[in-house]
Design a protein around this ligand. Structure first.
Ligand code: ATP
Ligand code: MG
Length: 490
């Protein structure tokens, strides 16, 4: 199947999100769509997959002009899209989700559906339990489910919008080999939207680069990473480095903590964190690192042991009380937990400032405007949060963190951010650290963990191992962590 986009334009008010874009995708090839946050990537892919119509321009499939009213139309023509934020229905089982969107009569029986699900999953090397509830799955598992669903519905062109944000290295490896096999053996066309240039280099054969809604480059791989960065941002950026800083009093103490994460129990976790410290939590997706973060925020019960904030046990305290003690938690599922679909930016800031019966709208609007300027968010106080690009939603989440925090608990804080924004967000976070906050964060990106952590807690098979001396060894720290994550003993 050969797909062509011709002169596609899409505006939102006065903003030209896509400006007369012409791109072409051949059968059996793997493409990357690159560009900084807000460049127009998701907008274009939503047009190609029938989620929104273009203002003008045409989509051709094998030379024939097509128009899509709905995603189902696009899927019928063989175009399926995996979204930046999962669209599945969390309180249904895997099997029920798989059966969504299927027309009556196609696969009427649950048993047949289950067999189809398992067959597609096995072909791709995915392990999916049909009877689990979707809200108990990791992001990586939900994504595998969605890919399997799209393939079973006949997708011939698969669009993946930032699929590797939030999944483990192992899941990424599995995903990439499945995609390569689909392209080479079955003629599937793949479009990867990503900020991770190593991923693009590992997977893609051709690259399109957008900037400010315009197409600014088309390259065949291999192309040097520097050249791609220059196309995306207009210049290459220096990488930030870890600096020396002062440690203060103990802020967080975990004593022989035991907690049950999704499938496993983490036992006997002890940790002491001081003001001014950054602790990275590493591990395969779902190894307990996110659950430990949530436990520190009072959002996950313990089986045993205790957690203290500045010497005070948090047992029995809710998140609101911990927030008053200077603890803040930012989850990675942007539109599921951190932000509220349908609310504007001002309304989000109103929620953070509201401490009485009445909302002070003038103050909320002013705060929103201030934070939009300070965090360089592309949006206005009256913009509904879901109209912001993924990266700008993530900036908003960081901007919503209250001032004067003692402990920041961050789940994948730079998920979906381009390189420039990632460096910038960390600059903001390290400024908080320099004011005396302690930071605990998870990330599937080992480079990010190595770059910003003072110490690393590695989660593997129910054990948490503390790595104190990242730079002391002659070996590459990311490699060393990788081995621990994979289960190699020290
Ligand atoms: N429904 C909408 N209403 C108003 N503006 C929108 C809407 N959808 C997108 N935009 C705007 O269009 C621009 C492009 O957004 P888009 O989501 O395509 O960016 P992106 O390249 O995917 O960025 P990111 O890497 O951050 O996900 C942004 O400025 C965004 O705020
Ligand atoms: Mg996007």
């Amino acid at each position: 199947m050969h797909v062509e986009l011709k002169d596609i334009t899409k505006t939102f008010g006065t903003l030209r999100a896509n400006d007369s874009l012409t791109l072409s995708f051949a059968e059996g090839r793997i493409y990357a769509l690159l560009g900084e946050n807000g460049a127009g990537k998701s907008t274009l892919m939503k047009i190609l997959s029938g989620y929104q119509p273009p203002d003008s321009g045409t989509i051709f499939i094998d030379g024939r002009a097509v128009t899509f009213q709905t995603p189902a139309d696009a899927l019928q023509c063989g175009i399926g899209m995996l979204h930046q934020d999962p669209l599945d229905v969390p309180n249904l089982t895997v099997l029920d989700n798989f059966m969504l969107g299927r027309r009556e009569g196609l696969l009427p029986k649950r048993k047949a559906a289950r067999q189809a699900l398992t067959a597609h999953a096995t072909r791709l090397g995915f392990e999916i339990d049909p009877f689990r509830y979707v809200d108990s799955l990791t992001i990586g598992e939900r994504q595998q489910l969605e890919i399997v669903r799209l393939l079973s519905l006949g997708a011939r062109l698969l669009i993946l919008d930032e699929p590797t944000t939030g999944i483990s290295a192992e899941q990424k490896h599995m995903l990439f080999s499945a995609l390569k096999r689909l392209a080479a053996e079955e003629g599937m066309t793949v479009i990867l939207v990503s900020h991770k240039l190593e991923d693009v280099a590992a997977l893609c054969q051709e690259v399109y680069v957008l900037r400010g809604g315009k197409l600014v480059g088309h390259r065949h791989m291999p192309t040097p990473i520097d050249e791609l960065v220059t196309l995306m941002f207009g210049q290459s950026l220096p990488r930030p480095t870890r600096g020396a800083h002062n440690l203060g009093a103990e802020i967080l103490r975990a004593e022989s903590v035991s907690l049950t994460a999704r499938r496993l129990t983490v036992r006997d976790l002890s940790l002491s964190v001081r003001s001014g410290e950054v602790i990275g939590l590493a591990g395969l997706d779902g190894s307990g690192q996110s659950d430990f973060l949530r436990a520190c925020a009072g959002l996950q019960p313990l089986n045993g042991g205790r957690i203290l904030i500045a010497g005070v046990p948090i047992h029995g305290k809710g998140y609101a009380e911990l927030l008053r003690m200077g603890v803040a938690y930012a989850p990675s599922g942007r539109l599921e937990e951190g932000l509220v679909d349908g609310l504007t930016l001002s309304e989000h800031f109103a929620l953070t400032t509201n401490n009485g019966l009445w909302i002070n709208w003038r103050a909320a609007n002013a705060l929103a405007a201030r934070q939009i300027a300070r965090y360089n968010i592309r949006g206005a106080p009256h913009s509904p949060i879901q109209t912001l690009s993924g990266g700008n939603q993530q900036r908003t989440l960081i901007a919503l963190l209250p001032e004067n925090l003692r402990l920041l608990l961050l789940e994948d804080p730079t998920r979906g951010l381009d390189v420039e924004s990632t460096a910038w967000v960390w600059q903001q976070l390290l400024a908080r650290r320099d004011q005396g906050a302690a930071i605990l964060f998870t990330s599937p990106d080992l480079d990010e963990i190595v770059t910003y952590s003072d110490r690393v807690l590695v989660f593997c098979e129910g054990r948490a191992t503390l790595v104190e001396d990242l730079d002391d060894s002659a070996r590459n720290p990311a490699e060393r962590l990788g081995e621990l994550i994979g289960g190699k003993r020290t």
